[in-house]
Design a protein around this ligand. Sequence first.
Ligand SMILES: [Mn+2]
Length: 465
Amino acid sequence: MFSKETYVNRRTELKKLVKKGVILLFGNNESPVNYPSNGYYPFRQDSSFLYYFGINRDGLVGIIDIDEDTETIVGNDIDIEDIVWFGSVDSVKELAASVGVSKTAPMKQLQVICNEALRQHKPVHFLPPYRFDTKLQIFDLLGIHPNQQKEAASLELINAVITMRSTKEQQEIDEIENACSIGYKMHTTAMRLTKPGLTEKYIGGQVDGVAHSYGAMVSFATIYTQHGEIMHGAPRWDELQDGRLVLCDAGAENRNNYCSDNTRTYPVNGKFTQRQLDIYSIVEACHDYVLNVAKPGVRYKDVHLAVCRLMAGKLKELGLMKGDVDEAVNAGAHAMFLPHGLGHMMGMDVHDMEGLGQIYVGFDEETRPSTQFGTNALRMGRRLEEGFVVTDEPGIYFIPDLIDDWRAKGLHTDFINYDVLETYKDFGGIRIEDDVLITADSCRFLGKERIPYHPKDVEEFMANN
Ligand SMILES: [Mn+2]
């Protein structure tokens, strides 16, 4: 949690940007797993609520009345029975005061406050809800059916929040660096433990444990899989096999809810084969290329496409692709190997602000999303600015079903050597991912220690640890 002034200043700025009306920022409630009192642990507050109100407690709604220049935290104090089970906690009044909010109200007042705003025909701003209890709450308060709430959400508020949260303050960058240092521990733990015979599930669990030990939790469900070609491959009970690669995509959420997101791919037995190195070194070159070109004013979509061309050129040298490289990428043939985007914004959400709408977060009037397979999965396309944090995560995958699908449809036969590609169906997939801070005239990787990724460093680390 930052200083009281941080939250006061952010709300002042938000009021300037949204200009008029009443802003409702819904905090999250406890969310049940398999019965009401067995909730997901740890509790996760909504990121925008955290950004403006900083209070990590369930059952709160923040109200900013721009016209009256008042701010209120709405929520109920716990009763003696709660104290018996969970211990004593600060009152809503104390919590509100700690972030510079003087007014509080019990939850039953929220309907009265909303009715009054609607009666006065004030604009009532809310962000697109993503939890069903919040959707029901908005339905009760404002009479908007859950199916219409995404469209009814306030574009003024969405744009204001994105403008503010996109540019990270120095204290936020420090938090992300801290999350990256936990991420380093997670990844090096996985690399140290990886050896034939252990299960993916076991290593994945150890990775998660590191995140929970040093921070709040993982920033997303850990991917640790020998099937790197499955984008979100969860760890299975499968045993690690000598000779295969394993892909670990994992991140930490630190104690103040800032994220890290890294991916490493390495041999289960600690030593790359030449065939693995051929593909790995292409991904490595693409990953490193980003560091040389990402800077303020550059469109991330252009960086993505430049990476695709670099990759296609090198796949052509290997005999997997053919024809003109520019034409191949324009046609989308490279998406056979890289069916996702180069990266996304990162902050308190690992896909930062994705819930507010990717179209607003990653694109603008100038840079529109693509509808072409592969490029349509790019989450961040617009021009970079100083203070943005984005991920750099190229990959090459051999997806047997996609190979069969495209081949049967006769897609991109001018650019893909299907006969060679057939021999890679057992390869899996490789991704290398780091988090990048856009600086005044350049960029840099976040995290003080680099998780080994140059093949020599990986082999050395796995041999010596
Ligand atoms: Mn990522």
